[in-house]
Design a protein around this ligand. Structure first.
Ligand SMILES: NC(=O)c1ccc[n+]([C@@H]2O[C@H](COP(=O)([O-])OP(=O)(O)OC[C@H]3O[C@@H](n4cnc5c(N)ncnc54)[C@H](OP(=O)(O)O)[C@@H]3O)[C@@H](O)[C@H]2O)c1
Length: 329
């Protein structure tokens, strides 16, 4: 039997009652397992996705468990900025005066079609990066003092730098390139958020992680041709990585004491890992942050009060000071 993610993460005995967690994309896969785990630990969990029936099933599973966890479902399409704002509003109400303790930016996937959202942004980039950016920005004032923001990235982030001109076009579309770019954005976003929070002496942390390659997941079912077909069978094999395994690093980053002060880093298998050179580049991180605000037509979140760009030191994504460990691919 697969171990619970919270046990794999070494936090199975923690109690996080009185805390509120939003797990985006928790109607299935890694997000669902993360939401169930946080519910078992006692949190109030805001479950999110587009599939209301699946969302209600996750809420029921959390509330039927023996522990104190409670839950509610909020539907929001991440291709629609007004729906993201509604999710932020509902989460704010759920968190109340205590603030949001855990934000897991997990919703997303591999999308094969070449298309632009109504905002004129390439769909994969919008769903996988721009909406988590918008959601986080809208919730910044509602985070608990020691909140943790965790973003599901991928080893797939290793590839070309982000060409900002490609974000609003689908000429010569490559679904893999779009996915890779969005996951690079996830790592850069988490690092830049960590640095900007730290520059304000905030105790809120921001980290990203790779959940593992999970053949039984929704992600794999959307891959092109034979990969998707093979994945279904592979996913049923006992030794293969499962969504619950993938959730263990999310739960670890959201709950474990030893990472309470760790920020701007990238993880895999609950260990810090060095991301790509491009992912660590503070100038690229800042460019992405500013371009994301421009695409959404909003003021830059956490902008320096004096209008400067803030610190450029390598606080981000495994680039520096506390010995990121490079592990084999
Ligand atoms: N599985 C892997 O091998 C793997 C590897 C590396 C990284 N990842 C990353 O892990 C995350 C979760 O993947 P998964 O494998 O667990 O996938 P999954 O089972 O397909 O779950 C994806 C979740 O995201 C939600 N979602 C997708 N598009 C959305 C949209 N437009 N608006 C709102 N919600 C949306 C889905 O909700 P609805 O279906 O209810 O809309 C679902 O809850 C993704 O960010 C993926 O890139 C996965």
């Amino acid at each position: 039997m697969t171990e619970y993610p919270e046990d794999v993460a070494g936090v199975g005995d923690e109690r996080i009652v009185d805390s509120t967690a939003l797990v985006t994309g928790s109607t299935s896969g890694i997000g669902r397992e993360t939401a169930l785990a946080l519910g078992r630990l006692g949190a109030h969990v805001v479950v999110h996705g587009r599939d209301a029936e699946a969302g209600r099933a996750v809420v029921d599973a959390i509330e039927d468990a023996v522990n104190e966890g409670t839950a509610e479902f909020v539907r929001a399409d991440f291709a629609q900025p007004d729906e993201v704002s509604r999710l932020a509003k509902r989460t704010r109400e759920a968190a109340g005066d205590g603030g949001l303790d855990v934000l897991i930016n997990n919703a997303g996937g591999y999308f094969r079609e070449a298309r632009l959202t109504d905002l004129g942004v390439e769909y994969t980039f919008h769903v996988n990066h721009l909406s988590p950016y918008q959601l986080t920005a809208e919730l910044l004032d509602d985070l608990a003092d020691d909140a943790r923001v965790v973003t599901t990235a991928s080893e797939g982030h290793r590839g070309d730098p982000i060409d900002l001109d490609e974000l609003t076009a689908v000429d010569d579309f490559s679904s893999w390139r779009a996915y890779q770019r969005s996951k690079l954005a996830n790592v850069q976003f988490a690092a830049e958020l960590g640095r900007r929070l730290r520059d304000r002496d905030s105790a809120v942390t921001s980290n990203s992680f790779h959940p593992g390659a999970i053949p039984g997941s929704g992600f794999f079912r959307h891959l092109p041709g034979p990969l998707a077909a093979a994945a279904g069978g592979l996913g049923r094999l006992p030794f293969v990585t499962t969504p619950a395994d993938g959730a263990a690093t999310a739960v670890y980053l959201a709950v474990a004491d030893e990472v309470a002060d760790t920020t701007g880093r990238y993880f895999a298998d609950r260990r810090e890992k060095t991301p790509s050179t491009e992912a660590q580049d503070p100038r690229a991180q800042r460019r992405l942050w500013e371009a994301s605000a421009d695409l959404l037509g909003v003021d830059e979140p956490l902008a320096a009060a004096d209008g400067s760009a803030g610190s450029d030191d390598a606080g981000g994504a495994g680039g520096s000071d506390d010995g990121a460990e490079a592990t084999a691919e």
